[in-house]
Ligand binder design. Structure first.
Ligand SMILES: Cc1cc2nc3c(=O)[nH]c(=O)nc-3n(C[C@H](O)[C@H](O)[C@H](O)COP(=O)(O)O)c2cc1C
Length: 213
């Protein structure tokens, strides 16, 4: 099997949200898709180790905030490299409640769903959701997974269904790599000259978490 063949598949970048006993929570996901139009249904594939998986099961509802190319990249890291088990991910992140679900303000559209079925794979649960609400929130080009990789230079969380281990390995030249999310620093300013309060643009980790490779 050629793992590179999977690179030819296309995805968006989303925050899949739900409620954790009245507290909003969720995770970054790229594996989401529309399945039917009438009635409208969509699916998301969520790792069984993700806290979001447990919360969607308990709540019975989830929403997909569709990120735009202009969305703040740190949101992807905040929701994709931390767990709602020990972090209040929505703390300080602007959101509103729409169709009774937490939706990020910084997204171009959202889709709210009621879980109508589940399929268990060895690692992920595929949640099938009947759409109970959907709206375009602002103009903007939806962010593709390719844009996230090629332009933002972000990496994939290991719990994504599309995670490829080799992707995480940086090139052999001297580089500074975030030990939390594996983002490789690419700015024009030499890494050493960045201010001490500089943080990883993807996951928000401090400069001290970067390692020279
Ligand atoms: C770009 C990106 C895409 C991701 N896609 C998925 C996905 O489709 N499904 C999934 O289960 N996890 C995915 N992840 C990993 C989760 O976001 C990550 O494991 C998160 O920390 C889980 O948080 P939780 O424990 O609060 O649910 C992705 C992460 C990133 C950075």
């Amino acid at each position: 099997m050629d793992p590179k063949a999977f690179y030819a598949m296309s995805y968006g970048v989303y925050v899949v949200s739900t409620w954790d006993n009245g507290r909003p929570t969720g995770c970054t996901a790229n594996c989401a898709a529309q399945i039917t139009s009438a009635p409208a249904t969509v699916m998301v594939s969520i790792n069984k180790d993700n806290y979001t998986n447990r919360c969607i099961r308990d709540c019975g509802h989830f929403a997909i905030s569709i990120l735009a190319e202009t969305s703040e990249p740190s949101v992807i890291g905040r929701f994709g490299f931390r767990s709602g088990r020990d972090t209040d991910k929505f703390d300080g992140v602007p959101y509103s409640i729409r169709d009774k679900l937490p939706i990020l303000d910084d997204c171009c559209a959202y889709i709210a769903c009621k879980v109508i079925d589940k399929m268990e794979t060895s690692t992920h649960t595929v949640f099938l959701g009947e759409v109970i609400g959907a709206e375009t929130l602002k103009k903007g080009t939806p962010m593709t997974y390719a844009y996230y990789h090629n332009v933002i230079k972000g990496k994939t969380g290991k719990n994504s269904p599309t995670y490829v281990a080799e992707e995480q390995a940086p090139a052999a030249t001297e580089k500074y790599v975030c030990s939390v999310c594996k983002y490789v620093y690419v700015g024009d300013v030499p890494f050493e000259n960045l201010p001490e309060d500089w943080t990883c643009p993807i996951c928000g980790a401090p400069k001290s978490k970067f390692e020279k490779i």
